[in-house]
Design a protein around this ligand. Structure first.
Ligand code: HEC
Length: 138
């Protein structure tokens, strides 16, 4: 299933390449976040999320992984804004709820731990960028 999704992504990227030759704006590529966001997010992650998802984002038997192949199989090729919307709506499942900006920083940290590079443009809910490893072709 993840493989199929990646193939689909590759196909849509090829299609995008074709349309951008005709002068259409290119499809969104990798989501961008700043290093400052990821650094702030790491602190919140360890404080609020690590008890379930583990310090290394590896997850546990009853908690999904947030960095690695399993996570990317689930979220690769989907907008980072969608990942944020999920986290903002559902995480943490109980207890103290950080505000949206703080959770945005946590999502930036998750992107970082999945090998995505930081940049100048901060991650925000309206940004069109995707979750994916750079090596996956974006
Ligand atoms: C009390 C344990 C717990 C805490 C704390 C927690 N989570 Fe989760 N998280 C889960 C469980 C369990 C799931 C699986 C979905 C479900 O059953 O709701 C999940 C699912 C997720 C998913 C979806 C993963 C996937 O592959 O679909 C993301 C992303 C996520 N959590 C991020 C976070 C973030 C970010 C925080 C901290 C702000 C956090 N979680 C805090 C237990 C937790």
């Amino acid at each position: 299933m993840p493989r199929l999704r990646l193939l689909g992504l590759a196909a849509s990227l090829l299609a995008t390449g074709a349309t951008s030759l005709t002068g259409q704006p290119a499809e969104p590529a990798l989501a961008s976040y700043t290093r400052a966001q990821a650094e702030a997010g790491e602190e919140t992650y360890q404080d609020v999320c690590a008890s379930c998802h583990k310090q290394d984002l590896g997850g546990a038997s009853d908690t999904p992984q947030l960095a690695g192949d399993t996570f990317l199989g689930m979220w690769g090729g989907r907008p980072a804004a969608e990942l944020f919307a999920y986290v903002n709506a559902a995480m943490p499942p109980a207890g103290r709820k950080p505000d949206a900006e703080t959770l945005m920083n946590v999502v930036a940290y998750i992107l970082k731990k999945n090998g995505m590079p930081s940049g100048r443009t901060p991650l925000n809910a309206a940004a069109p960028g995707m979750v994916a490893r750079p090596a996956d072709g974006l």
